[in-house]
Design a binder for this molecule. Structure first.
Ligand SMILES: NC(=O)c1ccc[n+]([C@@H]2O[C@H](COP(=O)([O-])OP(=O)(O)OC[C@H]3O[C@@H](n4cnc5c(N)ncnc54)[C@H](OP(=O)(O)O)[C@@H]3O)[C@@H](O)[C@H]2O)c1
Length: 341
């Protein structure tokens, strides 16, 4: 049965620094009736994405900033409950981008994909097989073009993007060093994920020296999720024709631009022909299905492991978002809003 109202989380004020519950408000709105060509979706999961942080300060990301009162952005897994769009039937399970909201309305354009019946948990389609996992896949395969035998460093290696990148690099025959905060995360990276080394950046005074110990011959690929402080420390360690993949800047998103660490060690771009390139995962959208098929096979074979931290109820989204930046938990952070069908 479709209820008369639903809840969503909206931006209450532009955020300065670490986000928190006071920056958001929970609103109750009438459930809309789909018009011509539209589909109404009941959301089961919403994601907590650190990359959505800049839009919450009124700054543009690769998509425009949010205004006060807008629903906070997120990716979702949902089920169609009413449809006037021939491409989608009631009962279809979809991945989309409706935000922190119990319901969403779509005209079928933008990011909306039916979930194949591959006998994997629904949450994987918003995590390891969704935007974070695909960022790892295309960042390594297309942007870095990694080859077996290369040395790869991954930062925020216990996060969903980082852990997926680290494991894909292992699967493809690389030597992989993960950088993460805390013993528990580093033990997981070395133990369960089988990385060659893990560095607890919170426990070392000099990250560059720790990289020198773990990779005495240098680094071929840096897959960076954290930002300039780590990039600058890694630059002098890059080998000839090294590549730096700028996936994200979770360590910089809460800082004013004047406070972001500068990148000084740039001479290596010339001396070692190093390349640094960012990506927006949706540039590769045409190739998502093939990548998802390859990664699903790795998951089923036990080669690609993922972790999730699931919060219950839309009202938990603001605190869950704060937790993302504090590193309290690890793996994909999700809010569950409806039972899994
Ligand atoms: N380019 C794209 O298309 C695209 C798409 C999706 C995501 N991304 C980016 O990918 C990155 C990872 O995303 P994710 O969803 O997997 O999140 P994530 O890596 O799990 O992010 C949260 C983690 O970041 C680490 N962190 C937070 N503040 C830090 C700081 N100041 N210094 C160092 N580490 C810090 C914490 O781990 P520790 O406990 O280890 O410090 C925390 O658990 C993000 O930067 C995101 O923006 C890019």
């Amino acid at each position: 049965m479709i209820p008369e109202t639903y809840r969503c989380v909206v931006l209450a004020r532009y955020i300065d620094g670490l986000p928190g519950p006071d920056d958001f408000a929970i609103e109750t709105r009438p459930v809309p009736t789909p018009g011509d060509g539209e589909v109404l979706v009941r959301n089961i999961y919403a994601s907590l994405d650190p990359g959505g942080r800049t839009r919450l300060s009124g700054e543009a990301s690769y998509i425009p900033p949010l205004s006060i009162g807008d629903i906070a952005g997120a990716f979702n897994i949902g089920q169609v409950v009413a449809s006037n769009n021939q491409a989608y039937a009631v009962g279809d399970l979809l991945a989309g981008a409706f935000g922190w909201s119990e319901f969403g309305l779509s005209d079928g354009r933008g990011y909306l994909a039916k979930i194949p019946d591959w006998e994997l948990p629904l949450s994987t389609w918003i995590g390891v097989l969704g935007v974070p996992g695909l960022t790892a896949y295309f960042g390594l395969k297309r942007v870095a073009g990694i080859s077996a035998g290369e040395t790869v460093v991954v930062t925020s290696a216990a996060g969903m993007v980082g852990a997926t990148a680290a494991q894909i690099a292992k699967i493809l025959g690389c030597r992989v060093i993960g950088v993460a905060g805390g013993t528990e995360k580093c033990d997981w990276l070395k133990g369960e994920l089988g990385l060659d080394a893990a560095i607890d950046y919170k426990a070392v005074d000099d990250l560059g020296a720790a990289i020198d110990d773990a990779a005495p011959d240098g680094v071929d690929v840096l897959f960076d999720n954290v930002g300039n402080r780590f990039v600058d420390a890694l630059l002098p360690r890059m080998r000839m024709n090294g590549r730096i993949v700028v996936s994200g800047q979770v360590g910089d998103y809460n800082l004013a631009s004047k406070d972001v660490h500068g990148i000084r060690n740039t001479r290596v771009f010339i001396t070692h022909r190093v390349r640094m390139e960012g990506l927006v995962v949706f540039d590769d959208i045409a190739d998502f299905p093939a990548a998802q098929a390859e990664m699903a096979a790795w998951i089923k074979a036990g080669k690609l492991i993922y972790r999730e931290k699931v919060y219950d109820g839309i009202e938990s989204a603001p605190q869950a978002f704060r937790d993302v930046f504090q590193g309290t938990y690890f793996g994909r952070h999700l809010v569950r809003m409806a039972p899994i069908p």
